[in-house]
Design a protein around this ligand. Structure first.
Ligand code: CAA
Length: 382
């Protein structure tokens, strides 16, 4: 058993850390306040090989292993969850999904441009009446000659307003539940597709783009189907296995950022004539945070490593997402507490970590859903 990163993995980690600390972190507070995604970072991430990291050079990717991709998510998560969230959707839910399920024509057509950032991807599963129960989607896909006509509404679509390409899940037979679902590659310029920002302001991820997409007689060629007919639910779940690893690694990054901020604050802040880090109650919180971060990191790296060995790692990915997001929520809460009044205002980044981290516990499957996935693997499903 080896716990050392390889030279190639260390190089990716250093590249991602440099980019995250030098180019992403300095923009995070302003992007959060303005509620605007720093779009110029997309091409930069393309140039750095992050947008299609785990995809081979034949399709424009950099061919890194899944563990390296997790290191990228972790470093971005330390700097800004909105940027890390962009990448988990674009690279994990979209590019990796096309790579796994696409025809040769679809891969050649889209992957190289997703890899550079010429195209931005989004993943359209969630609907007003279908969140955790993804098989109950109401968007329909009616076959009409050599095309399909899509009708329905998708909400909370990360990158939805800025994307050029959407993976859209729709049912051609709602009575068949998940077996009626098909996946489609839809260019967002398609007639019959309308987009608008989500109406309400979110607690966190304020720099991320979240949109509502309306499909009103949106006609796509039959060749736009991704994966076999009726297998769309499996396409969706397999994509989430990629995306959830990105969320887990991002949560490790947030928890690490909380620990870093607290250690530095505990060294400099003085009360009762001493550094607050000299008080045992603060020390206990820092020690627990450090142990939790390491445990979450090991679960996440192991899930990535299993994928690199060719295993599906669904259970391990859900364990990593569940544990990493839960401990990061706790770390962010304690980080605000340790910073006291300063932590409650946006002069220190822990206030943003606290708001952002709640989203990671919810999107790409809530903690409840991760527990269901884990328990089903333990017990089997009748
Ligand atoms: N990989 C491949 N296939 C899978 C799979 C996986 N990880 N998980 C399940 N399947 C297959 C099953 O084997 C089964 O196949 P058969 O038809 O051959 O039996 C089929 O899919 C149905 O599986 P289930 O019976 O387990 O399905 P279910 O309806 O009980 O749902 C669930 C299971 C885990 C609860 C699922 O609905 C789920 O993950 N829900 C959460 C959805 C989610 O994460 N939504 C977030 C969307 S993205 C987002 O957050 C916003 C954004 O912009 C990114």
């Amino acid at each position: 058993m080896h716990f050392e990163l390889t030279a190639a993995q260390r190089e990716v980690q250093a590249r991602a850390r440099h980019f995250a600390q030098e180019e992403v972190a300095p923009l995070a507070r302003e992007a959060d306040e303005r509620g605007e995604f720093p779009l110029h970072l997309v091409r930069r991430m393309g140039a750095l090989g992050f947008l299609a990291g785990a995809i081979g050079p034949a399709y424009g990717g950099s061919g890194m292993d899944h563990l390296s991709a997790a290191l990228v998510y972790e470093e971005l998560g330390r700097a800004d969850s909105s940027v890390r969230g962009f990448l988990a959707v674009h690279a994990g839910l979209v590019a990796a999904c096309i790579h796994d399920w696409g025809s040769e024509e679809q891969k050649q057509r889209y992957l190289p441009r997703l890899a550079t950032g010429e195209l931005i991807g989004c993943y359209c599963l969630t609907e007003p009446n279908a969140g955790s129960d993804a098989a109950s989607i109401e968007t329909t896909a009616w076959a009409d000659g050599d095309s399909y006509v899509l009708d329905g509404e998708k909400i909370w679509i990360t990158n939805g307003g800025i994307a050029h390409l959407a993976i859209v899940f729709a049912s051609r037979d709602r009575a068949a539940r998940h077996r009626g679902i098909c996946a489609f590659l839809v260019e967002t310029s398609a007639p019959g597709l309308r987009r608008e920002p989500m109406a309400d302001r979110e607690l966190g991820h304020r720099a991320a783009d979240h949109a509502r997409l309306l499909f009103e007689g949106c006609r796509v060629p039959a060749s736009a189907m991704l994966g076999p007919p009726g297998e769309g639910f499996k396409v969706a779940m397999a994509a989430l296995d990629h995306g959830r690893l990105g969320v887990a690694a991002g949560a490790v990054g947030v928890a690490q950022a909380c620990l870093d901020a607290c250690v530095s604050f505990a060294r400099e802040r003085r009360q009762f004539g001493r550094r607050i880090g000299d008080f045992q109650m603060i020390q206990a919180q820092l020690a627990d945070m450090a142990a939790d971060v390491e445990a979450a990191r090991l679960l996440t790296y192991r899930a990535a490593w299993l994928k690199d060995q060719g295993h599906s790692a669904t259970r391990e990915t859900s364990m990593a997402k569940l544990f990493a997001t839960e401990i990061a929520v706790q770390a962010a809460s304690n980080a605000v507490l340790i910073h006291g009044g300063r932590g409650y205002a946006n002069g220190y980044p822990v206030e943003r970590y606290y708001r952002d981290i709640k989203g990671l516990q919810i999107y790409e499957g809530t903690s409840h859903i991760q527990r269901i996935v884990i328990a089903r693997e333990l017990l089997g499903k009748e």
